[in-house]
Design a protein around this ligand. Structure first.
Ligand code: PBG
Length: 322
């Protein structure tokens, strides 16, 4: 059958019909809010390139978490931004480091909220790379040791999930082994498995002060043209013990996400990254598009492509509409 017997518009005629035909629904339960934590007290400083996003000290973070909880958002991912940085990223696994204190405060204030931590060295190293260096090379295996120690320190602080974002080889297995050896068998690993060397991280690097001092991340993050390789990365991380897998960024890589959805049964996360957020905000500020509708459409597209968990800076603004 085809036109004129078939008329697709019949089922689009009224809002009730459209509601009944909707295949994908974005839920509050799908959302994870990224939050930046800095030293000090009473801090709530706006991030210039990310309207609506702030950097919080631990005390004001607690207020933010209450809001997040009240909005029905189930989880947050925390990024620590230390004052002191050095070559090996000593602050990353310090028992009293910035993110460790934030996790403790978060679990005390909102025990029901899922606290995920970003496990990486780039916010903690003075050179801004995600691992430790030999000359200008990021050394894989010594970096993996530092990352495993970092994940353990987050678990000791009370993190529910640790999320390595460094893209070193073998880090998921090393983190799993280190967590188990330290008695954290129930702490889950969300692997940033298919993380691309993307231009869309620009605003994040302002917020997290993690721009590499030299070079770029192309020798460890993935090359944007490669979708098959992304699936290989995901299979490897699954085999190493990842509990959930991430594709990052989200919108420019929906093909990768959809392919991953066809192959994997475990939860899939997609990170709607800083640049994806910033460009919608910038266009909306200029009146060039309807910001609320565009944001809702972008997040829905990520869900439709197959994401179970959507990490987005827009979680708080979108939640009340869901
Ligand atoms: C740390 C990390 C980055 C992001 C998440 N974790 C930055 C990077 O890899 O340069 C980016 C998040 C965003 O852009 O919103 N390695």
């Amino acid at each position: 059958m085809s036109f004129p017997d078939v008329r697709m518009r019949r089922l689009r005629r009224t809002e009730a019909l459209r509601r009944m035909c909707r295949e994908t629904v974005l839920r509050r339960d799908d959302l994870i809010l990224p939050l930046f934590v800095v030293e000090g007290s009473g801090v709530r400083e706006p991030v210039a390139s990310m309207p609506g996003v702030h950097r919080h000290s631990v005390d004001t973070l607690v207020n933010e978490l209450k809001e997040v909880h009240d909005l029905g958002i189930p989880g947050v991912i925390l990024f620590g931004i230390p004052t002191d940085k050095d070559a090996r990223g000593s602050g990353a696994d310090a028992a009293d480091g910035i993110v460790q204190r934030a996790v403790e405060a978060a679990k005390r204030a909102e025990p029901g909220l899922c606290v995920i931590t970003d496990v990486c060295l780039c916010e903690y190293t003075d050179h801004g790379h995600c691992g430790v260096l030999d000359g200008e090379q990021v050394e894989n295996d010594p970096s993996v040791e530092r990352l495993a120690a970092t994940a353990v320190s987050h678990a000791r602080a009370g993190a529910d999930v640790v999320a390595p974002s460094d893209m070193m080889d073998g880090r998921v297995a090393a983190i799993r082994a280190a967590l188990d050896a330290d008695g954290h068998r129930d702490v889950a690993i969300l692997s940033y498995a298919a993380k691309f060397a993307s231009a869309f991280y620009g605003p994040f690097r302002d917020a997290a002060e993690s721009t590499p001092a030299f070079g770029d991340r192309r020798a460890y993050q993935m090359d944007p043209p490669n979708a098959r390789e992304a699936l290989r990365e995901m299979r490897l991380d699954l085999a190493e013990g990842a509990d959930a897998l991430m594709v990052k960024p989200a919108l420019p890589y929906l093909d990768v996400l959809a392919a991953a959805r066809r192959e994997f049964d475990l939860p899939l996360a997609a990170y709607h990254v800083s640049g994806e957020y910033a460009m919608l905000k910038a266009a909306a500020e200029r009146g060039w598009l309807d910001g609320e509708r565009a944001m809702a459409e972008a997040l829905l597209a990520i869900k439709r492509a197959g994401a179970d968990w959507i990490l987005t800076y827009a979680a708080k603004e979108i939640a009340p509409t869901l």
